[in-house]
Design a protein around this ligand. Structure first.
Ligand SMILES: [Zn+2]
Length: 360
C-alpha cells in the first residue's frame, strides 16, 4: 500500500505539508529528451514589491491590496513574514468584488492553494483554465498563526507581485530545476550530470514534463554535509531557510529522510511554491533511496512533487473537468503508472506559473 500523504500539524506555526510516495512495479527507462540552452527562453515575467502587510499586536488577521497591470496573463502574489509565524489566505477579492477566497474557503478555484512549511505564502491566478486575469486593484486578507508570544507582537510581512505577460506566440516552454546535493553523498553536484542512476531519476521526470510540452533546464548545487540531518516535521523550516535557494528555479534537495514522514519519498514545502522572489522560495525534498523501489519511480515522485510546487492538487481534491482520479494521472495521491501524465487542463495551469518560461 503506497499512500501519498497530506499532513496537517499545529506547531509553532500551522502547517499543511503535501508529501507523496509513489512507486511502480513496472520499471521503464526513458530517454532523456534534449533540452535547449536556457538563454533561448524569454521569461516575460517581472517582480514588483508590494506594500507591507501589517499585523497589529495581538491581531491574527491583516489586509492588503495590490494592483494587477493590464495585459497580465497570470500572476503570483507572495508574502514573506517572520520566521516563527505561518500564514494562510482568508480572502482574495478581484477588482470587480468577486471573491476567489472567502472566509478561508476557496470558491471557484479548482486547485486551491494548500500546503505550506515556514513563513512564506503564495497564490497563483488563474488556477482554472480559460480564465482571464482581471486588471485593477485586488484585495486580500491573511491570517497568521504561531505561538502566543509571537502573536502578541506586531509583525510586518513583505509582499511581492510576480506577473507574467501573455506571449505573442509560444513554441516551447521551459522550467529551470536546481538540484541540490550534500557533500559526501554518492551523487554530487559535480557528478550528477553523468551519473547513470541520477539520469534514470531525471529521465522519468523530464519525460513526464516533456509530454506536457515543458522542457527541464537543470542546474546543480552543493550543500554542506552538516545540513544533511534527519529533520523532524517541526524543524523542516530550518532546512528551507538554510538552503541557498535559486529563486528562478524549482529547488530540489536530495537528502536524508524526515523520520516523521517515514513513508514519504518526496515532499513539496508549498502548494503553490513562491517563485522569483529573492529568498522566498521553498524546496522539494527528495528522501533517501529505499523509500521507493527504483530510480524511475523516484522520478515519478519528483514529477508529482514539482506538480504540487507549481500549484497542482491531488486528483481526488481538484475539480478540473478533465482530471481523472486515476493512477494514470501524475497527481493521483497513490501509486502511479510509469506512463502517468498531466491532463490538458492541469497542463494549462502549469503554464500559468510565472516560473515557467515561454520560448517565442
Ligand atoms: Zn502528493
Amino acid at each position: 500500500m503506497h499512500r501519498c500523504l497530506t499532513f496537517v500539524a499545529v506547531l509553532a506555526i500551522t502547517s499543511v505539508v503535501t508529501g507523496c510516495k509513489t512507486t511502480t512495479d513496472k520499471s521503464t527507462v526513458l530517454d532523456h529528451p534534449t533540452v535547449d540552452s536556457p538563454s533561448t527562453a524569454t521569461s516575460l515575467s517581472s517582480v514588483t514589491p508590494g506594500a507591507d502587510v501589517l499585523f497589529a499586536a495581538n491581531a491574527t488577521q491583516a489586509s492588503g491590496s495590490f494592483d494587477v497591470p493590464t495585459a497580465t496573463f497570470s500572476f503570483q502574489y507572495v508574502l514573506s513574514g517572520a520566521p516563527d509565524e505561518g500564514y494562510r489566505w482568508i480572502e482574495l477579492v478581484e477588482p470587480d468584488g468577486n471573491r476567489l477566497i472567502e472566509n478561508g474557503v476557496q470558491r471557484d478555484i479548482p486547485n486551491p492553494p494548500g500546503g505550506v512549511v515556514g513563513n512564506t505564502l503564495a497564490v497563483i491566478v488563474p488556477n482554472k483554465p480559460n480564465y482571464k486575469v482581471k486588471p485593477g486593484r485586488w484585495t486580500f486578507k491573511v491570517e497568521r498563526a504561531g505561538l502566543p508570544e509571537a502573536l502578541q507582537r506586531p509583525s510586518t510581512v513583505k509582499a511581492a507581485l510576480v506577473t507574467k505577460e501573455a506571449p505573442n506566440k509560444v513554441t516551447a516552454a521551459k522550467l529551470r530545476v536546481h538540484y541540490w546535493f550534500f557533500d559526501g553523498d554518492a551523487i554530487t553536484a559535480e557528478n550528477a550530470a553523468s551519473n547513470p542512476e541520477f539520469a534514470k531519476i531525471t529521465g522519468t521526470f523530464v519525460a513526464a514534463y516533456a509530454a506536457a510540452g515543458i522542457g527541464i533546464v537543470p542546474s546543480y548545487g552543493r550543500l554542506p554535509a552538516s545540513l544533511n540531518i534527519a529533520y523532524s516535521f517541526e524543524n523542516l523550516g530550518k532546512l528551507v531557510e538554510s538552503v541557498p535557494r535559486d529563486d528562478d528555479a524549482i529547488n530540489v534537495v536530495f537528502g536524508k529522510m524526515i523520520p516523521i514522514l517515514s513513508v514519504v519519498a518526496g515532499l513539496s514545502t508549498h502548494l503553490p511554491g513562491p517563485v522569483k522572489v529573492r529568498g522566498a522560495s521553498g524546496i522539494i525534498l527528495m528522501n533517501g533511496a529505499g523509500r521507493v523501489d527504483t530510480p524511475q519511480a523516484r522520478g515519478l515522485v519528483l514529477a508529482h512533487e514539482v506538480g504540487h510546487y507549481l500549484g497542482l492538487q491531488h486528483t481526488d481534491v481538484d475539480t478540473l473537468d478533465d482530471t481523472e482520479n486515476s493512477p494514470t494521472n501524475l497527481m493521483y495521491p497513490d501509486t502511479v503508472t510509469p506512463w502517468a501524465k498531466f491532463s490538458e487542463q492541469q497542463t494549462q495551469l502549469l503554464l500559468y506559473n510565472p516560473i515557467i518560461e515561454f520560448v517565442p
